[in-house]
Write a protein that binds this ligand. Structure first.
Ligand code: SAH
Length: 331
């Protein structure tokens, strides 16, 4: 695609603004009791109330992510581990893990400098965040950096692979340690060539790794076309979606770039077969709705994919296990 055509559908400020949207949606869920997050309110200027369907969708995303992350953290739990979050935005997982006493040895977050500068300022400003990055942490709002012993926030344009490599060294990430890489609603905004480069770079850089991906699929039906139009209208087109329009294509993205295993499920299946049934029952009582067709369609247009490289043979039991949540209704 011509660069100008891509530019018309996507501009950097609009893509960065999707982070504010995600934070506001998470806060909406927290206020309704879907999940606990004692920090997200510090990152939201204007709280909003989302519809029950949107709340349930964010809950599903949160629950699936947490379950896979904890599988990773709980595997050989005496081994030092790393988390690397690509396009982390204002995600609060690090602070939650610290609070729960579950933080890994090193947690690194990357985003555009405009975003990391704001995040650095907020972390420095709020005591409850600052204390979690450690007394020795250094802050630079100007550069958009926080450098703590076990937490780093650094600015990078993910499409610049050389800079990505430099930043990994700066953050002291150890390529031989087990590493959980997060790309939640990030790669889909990039041109397909950049996404492939990042996925390939990650496979080459880390040898014992789980790559967690959450993003949109199925651009080609009526719901998908509308979803894409809405985002393009806002200036944050899903530049990657036509290169990976199906679950198989998401798996292929990884397998073609040097990953040993890759699995993708849509969120309808993740919700009904992977998320714990007790949790599902709990949240289904929080807000009732009867637009099940819309709920199903929305969930069919998002997916979780994970890919694994397993040099240390740690992840044989990692991943979706159908039995986990299968004996409950999926509505
Ligand atoms: N992962 C977070 C935020 C998602 S919003 C969450 O799930 O809540 C998407 C984020 O990706 C934004 O913060 C945006 O600034 C970032 N992003 C998009 N393209 C990027 C790029 N090329 N380099 C760095 N960050 C990018």
């Amino acid at each position: 695609m011509a660069k100008n055509a891509a530019d018309a559908r996507s501009n950097t400020a609009a893509v960065q603004a999707t982070n504010d949207d995600a934070s506001a949606s998470k806060l909406s869920c927290v206020k309704k009791g879907y999940m606990r997050d004692d920090f997200i309110h510090l990152f939201v200027r204007r709280p909003v109330r989302r519809s029950p369907i949107i709340n349930r969708g964010y809950f599903a995303r949160f629950a699936a992510f947490r379950k896979l992350l904890f599988q990773f953290l709980n595997t050989d739990d005496h081994t030092r581990k790393q988390v690397l979050s690509l396009g982390a935005g204002f995600d609060t997982t690090y602070f939650q893990l610290q609070e729960e006493g579950k933080a890994p040895y090193l947690y690194v977050e990357l985003d555009f400098q405009e975003v990391t500068s704001k995040k650095a300022a907020l972390i420095e400003f709020h005591d409850e965040l600052r204390e979690k990055v450690g007394a020795t942490a250094s802050f630079s709002r100007e550069n958009g950096e926080v450098l703590g012993d076990h937490y780093k926030l650094l600015p990078v344009d993910l499409r610049d692979i050389q800079r990505l490599t430099d930043v990994i060294a700066l953050a002291n990430l150890d390529p031989s340690l087990p590493t959980f890489i997060i790309a939640e609603c990030v790669l889909i905004y990039l041109d397909p060539e950049s996404s492939r480069s990042i996925v390939g770079w990650a496979a080459k850089t880390f040898s014992t790794t789980v790559f967690f991906l959450y993003e949109q699929i199925h651009p080609d039906d009526a719901f998908g076309e509308q979803m894409i139009r809405n985002l393009e209208y806002r200036g944050c087109g899903l530049l990657g979606i036509h290169a990976t329009p199906t679950l198989e294509a998401k798996e292929r993205l990884f397998l073609d770039q040097g990953w040993q295993r890759a699995i993708a499920w849509n969120m309808l299946r993740v919700y009904s077969e992977f998320i714990d049934s007790q949790e599902r029952h709990r949240i289904q009582r929080l807000e009732l709705f009867d637009e099940f067709e819309e709920w199903h369609m929305m969930q069919e247009h998002y997916c979780v994919a994970y890919a694994i490289n397993d040099a240390l043979a740690m992840f044989q039991n990692f991943g979706f296990h159908e039995k986990d949540g299968s004996n409950a209704s999926s509505t």
